[in-house]
Design a protein around this ligand. Structure first.
Ligand SMILES: O=C(O)[C@H](O)[C@@H](O)[C@H](O)[C@H](O)COP(=O)(O)O
Length: 262
């Protein structure tokens, strides 16, 4: 067992934002020095809003978000059109992409291919092909290596669209999986597999609000919680995993948090 994950805690989501920005800028700098692009996977839920606070305000942290060097992928996505209210891409578009200042450069974004919405397995396969076209060209790789995955944590301990008890958690080969019957609506989704998530160079969870405190206690303080999807990422991603949370989300959690700083 390697080092445990980092748990960084802040008074509120807006106090968390500057540190999250600094962390992302450091991940960006190291990715750019390695291969000239910054390959990031994003989840939906409340994450894009918090990310917008971190990325679109230039008042904190050294360095600049080099948007033109970003390649944005989805850690999970719902099988709906890209302009549908349930689409993670639409959320990211509205919260972040549409608000990038003029002249700051545009990221290259890889949404799902909506031609395949009627067949979720095909949708997942096509997204995997997209990843292969980006990640497998340099070396022949067993798994894609994202520079950074930015993830949420559901109230049941799910992350991406990997839900507790799902047989998908045992998948060891496929990069992208279909979910025909997600317990969280909408039912049809695709998700990165657990090995792809834990292969990331850096993995950051963002969890805010008192609604998260029970699940955070389980994940960090109990053996059962360590078997939940977020707990599994913590265990296999080890010291590459960092959590950015606010105080209400860790009320009652015994696992030591570093408060107020990176
Ligand atoms: O598409 C999705 O459903 C999300 O990607 C999902 O994995 C989300 O990150 C968690 O459910 C946490 O969501 P909240 O941050 O809104 O609690």
């Amino acid at each position: 067992m390697g080092k445990p994950p980092n748990l960084f805690a802040f008074q509120s989501a807006s106090e968390l934002a500057p540190s999250l920005r600094q962390y992302i800028l450091e991940a960006q700098a190291s990715a750019l020095s390695r291969h000239g692009t910054f390959r990031v996977a994003l989840s939906g839920g409340s994450l894009p809003k918090t990310l917008a606070q971190a990325l679109l305000k230039e008042t904190n942290g050294e360095g600049k978000v080099q948007w033109a060097k970003w390649e944005i992928f989805y850690a999970d996505e719902r099988a709906v059109p890209l302009d549908h209210a349930d689409s993670n891409h639409k959320l990211v578009q509205e919260e972040i992409l549409d608000k990038i200042p003029e002249g700051a450069g545009k990221p290259h974004v890889y949404p799902i291919d909506v031609k395949y919405l009627d067949d979720v397995q095909e949708l997942a396969d096509q997204y995997e092909k997209t990843l292969v076209s980006i990640f497998a060209q340099r070396d022949s790789v067993k798994l894609p290596m994202f520079d950074l995955l930015l993830l949420g944590c559901g109230p049941d301990g799910h992350t991406c669209s990997l839900f507790p008890g799902s047989p998908l958690l045992r998948e060891s080969d496929a990069w992208v999986l279909q979910i025909p019957d997600s317990p969280k609506p909408p039912p049809k989704r695709i998700t990165l597999s657990l090995p792809v998530v834990t292969h990331g160079i850096k993995i950051a969870f963002v969890a805010t609000g008192g609604g998260k405190k029970d699940i955070m206690k389980q994940i960090f303080d109990t053996d059962e919680g360590r078997q939940l999807p977020c707990g599994l990422v913590n265990a296999t991603g080890q010291e590459r995993v960092s959590w950015f949370v606010d105080y209400p989300a860790i009320e009652g959690v015994s696992f030591p948090a570093r408060r107020g700083s990176l």
